[in-house]
Ligand binder design. Sequence first.
Ligand SMILES: Cc1ncc(COP(=O)(O)OP(=O)(O)O)c(N)n1
Ligand code: 3NM
Length: 213
Amino acid sequence: MTSTSFPDRGLYVITDGPRPDLFEAVKQALLGGARLVQYRDKTHDAQRRHDEARTLLALCREHGVPLIINDDISLARTIGADGVHLGETDDGIAEARAALGANAIIGVSCYDSLERAQQMTKQGANYIAFGAFFPSPTKPLARRAHVDLLRHSAALGIPRVAIGGITPDNGASLIAAGADYLAVISAVFGRPDVRAAAQHFTQLYFSDRAVSS
Ligand SMILES: Cc1ncc(COP(=O)(O)OP(=O)(O)O)c(N)n1
Ligand SMILES: Cc1nc(C(=O)O)sc1CCOP(=O)(O)O
């Protein structure tokens, strides 16, 4: 087992609901170079979510990669996950910090809003997420964000995540604009070869910021 620390950039993979091979798929994403994993499941009951999240945490620990829990501070606390991701309808940063402690990774969705990003940064978020940058097969109705938001938010001095319809083809432009992490569901977990798909994203980080935007 390697030690787990918050990486400074890279591929951030997010699970999305039921799949029989969840653990194998996440393992393949980790072998392909994923640097952050988020457990996101809006369908199963609490017991199943607890059991899956615990198994994923053990897997992530083996790879030295943090596991973030979507929406559910209580689940993150119960299993000892590395952090939580919060949206605008979830509990706030203060509640998460009180429950999870000073070292927890608390990420917050900021959608298309620089103002929300400024507020969340002041409140102590560890990363902020913007999106959707492209049409998302997973969340077709997601609010859309413009790539300039990544440029305009650089001065906040906080890691920035880009999400929404990201593929190896369009991801380089987001890295070039300042995205520290690319958060991806379908272009990794929807691919027949999850490991190869993750590797394609990982390779973008070797030639980042040289890409013009
Ligand atoms: C890294 C990351 N960015 C954005 C989201 C979306 O969060 P939210 O707006 O709370 O929507 P749901 O994921 O709950 O549908 C995310 N989960 N992760
Ligand atoms: C969970 C989620 N949140 C979004 C946002 O814009 O806040 S887009 C999204 C889905 C991302 O999945 P895919 O990589 O398949 O597009």
